[in-house]
Ligand binder design. Structure first.
Ligand SMILES: [Zn+2]
Length: 121
């Protein structure tokens, strides 16, 4: 994990936050970005901490997928929570993903997690 990768994750995450602020006329702050070991999850959004965690192992192997899917996915959770008071993979979340330009939002990730599982032993 290079400093550049973290910067890229922060930049793109904040890009989606700004987009949401514009689209929904809200004023969300940029969340704290944490890169950590998450087992098999690609990312996790923590609403109360206002924090998004990305999976260090998967980021390194799937940066492109992160930039166009995982990041908007997690930001959409924060936005849905702000707008609707809950975080789901349902209608409101899908609408936000559409607004973000993600046509076929995935509620799961398709990365090969086998390597992750092994490295966590
Ligand atoms: Zn999700």
């Amino acid at each position: 994990m290079s400093d550049n990768t973290l910067k890229t994750l922060e930049t793109i995450t904040n890009k989606y936050i700004q987009l949401a602020n514009k689209l929904y006329k809200i004023d969300l702050k940029c969340p704290t970005i944490v890169i950590s070991k998450l087992g098999t999850a690609a990312g996790k959004a923590y609403y109360k901490l206002w924090e998004i965690r990305y999976n260090i192992k998967l980021v390194n192997e799937n940066l492109d997928e992160y930039l166009c899917n995982t990041i908007p996915h997690e930001v959409a959770h924060l936005v849905e929570w702000s707008l609707h008071g809950k975080a789901t993979h349902l209608k409101n979340w899908k609408k936000i993903m559409k607004d973000f330009g993600v046509d076929k939002p995935k509620s799961y990730h398709t990365y090969n997690v086998q390597k992750c599982k092994r490295s966590l032993k």
